[in-house]
Design a protein around this ligand. Structure first.
Ligand SMILES: Nc1nc2c(ncn2[C@@H]2O[C@H](COP(=O)(O)OP(=O)(O)OP(=O)(O)O)[C@@H](O)[C@H]2O)c(=O)[nH]1
Ligand SMILES: [Mg+2]
Ligand SMILES: [Zn+2]
Length: 362
């Protein structure tokens, strides 16, 4: 591949590690590109020659977790009608949810993401349990989660705003929490800095203000935004496909359609990270298999008695642990192990290479 084509893809996140992974496809005369949008059987791929419409028949197996998705790096045919995506490169990270609580089917929402931005509207009452659920999947994906509280201009005063931020901070140990307003621009500078490196995905409920943020970061109205009368987010979804965009200040952004809820999908480690303070306390329980119900010497219950741990947190933790155990029990163990090997190993390699190159945002 020529150096020109490599630099043309750099704004979309192409780096030497991707180039290495692509070597065998290069030898076959295939072109590298990144999937910017997927819809029924087709996808848009940004290549060094611009956006190419390609057919996904080769990369649409029965397993929904192996279906090509927005953010994937692919090998696409240089010509033909249709042009086919022949393969996608092993993913560094993948954000997966279960599509419904009835079936244990995973759905990939975005691939190769560094920052998972959970957008939460301050115009409606905070649902901390939902934030915890998003964060569990974000940690599990391998990306660094961030909570962005949107529509800060609708919060009546600064004291209320700082209380809301604190509530979310205690719910999200190790996760940066920022309040922003697309209306008056507050907090956007911090967000701009955050998304200027690597790939970020905007996640959250419909009406949370994801596309409004995307437009603010892009500096132009590229994504369609909900009509103003629909501010409660109960209306139809305005964004219907996942779209990948290169930002003017560097970095890549994926806007997604609103998710009413996200089911866990094999997110045990993610749940542990969301509730890291509970897991740390649990290490000091007298019994190693303490269920923190009524056991003597339980450090978790002691923290609740001392007012250091909200009961809500423990209940939420229990609920997500149970839900995750259920989904894990229902999912084919072999498939899970295989996928985990794929992502975690490739992910670790990819991230190590990236970190060595450009230092990681925290
Ligand atoms: N007051 C105020 N309103 C905002 C702000 N950000 C977004 N909104 C409004 O919130 C509504 C929803 O915004 P969208 O950006 O379309 O939300 P979305 O998360 O992309 O929604 P879906 O695409 O359906 O998932 C719109 O009417 C926006 O104008 C903000 O910072 N302040
Ligand atoms: Mg939208
Ligand atoms: Zn205990």
């Amino acid at each position: 591949m020529t150096s020109t084509s490599v630099s043309a893809l750099a704004p979309y996140g192409w780096d030497s590690a991707w180039a290495d992974a692509f070597t065998p496809y290069d030898a076959e005369g295939l072109l590298p590109g990144r999937v910017v949008r997927v819809d029924r059987g087709q996808c848009d791929v940004i290549t060094a020659d611009g956006v190419v419409r390609a057919d996904t028949a080769f990369v649409t197996p029965h397993d929904p977790l192996r279906v090509v998705c927005t953010g994937d790096w692919v090998a696409v045919e240089p010509a033909g009608n249709p042009r086919y995506v022949r393969e996608y490169l092993p993913r560094r990270t993948a954000f997966v949810r279960s599509t419904s609580s009835k079936r244990s089917e995973g759905q990939i929402l975005a691939a190769n993401v560094d920052h998972a931005i959970v957008a939460v509207s301050l115009a409606v009452e905070l649902d901390l349990g939902r934030i915890e659920r998003f964060l569990a999947l974000a940690w599990e994906s391998g990306a660094q989660p961030v909570v962005v509280l949107t529509k800060a201009d609708l919060v009546p005063d600064a004291v209320t705003l700082s209380h809301l931020v604190q509530d979310v901070e205690t719910t999200a140990p190790g996760v940066p929490v920022l309040a922003v307003s697309a209306v008056d621009g507050d907090g956007l500078d911090v967000l701009v800095a955050l998304v200027s490196g690597g790939t970020s995905v905007l996640l959250g409920q419909s009406g949370a203000g994801k596309s409004t943020l995307a437009n603010a970061l892009l500096g132009e109205d590229v994504m369609e935004v909900q009509a103003a009368r629909d501010v409660d987010g109960k209306g139809r979804h305005t964004t219907t496909t996942r779209n990948l965009l290169a930002l003017p200040g560097g970095g890549v952004l994926i806007d997604t359609p609103g998710l009413r809820g996200v089911g866990l999908w094999d997110a045990g480690a993610g749940v542990g990270q969301v509730f890291s303070e509970i897991e740390e306390l649990a290490e000091r329980c007298r019994f190693q298999d303490c269920a923190h119900e009524a056991e003597p010497g339980c450090a978790v219950l002691a923290a609740i008695d001392a007012g250091e741990l909200p009961v809500r947190r423990l209940e939420s933790y229990r609920k997500l642990v149970r839900e995750n155990q259920w989904i894990v029990a229902k999912t084919d163990a072999r498939v899970r192990a295989e996928l985990r090997r794929d992502w975690k190993r490739k992910g670790a390699e990819g991230r190590a290479a990236m970190e060595a190159k450009r230092g990681r945002w925290r």
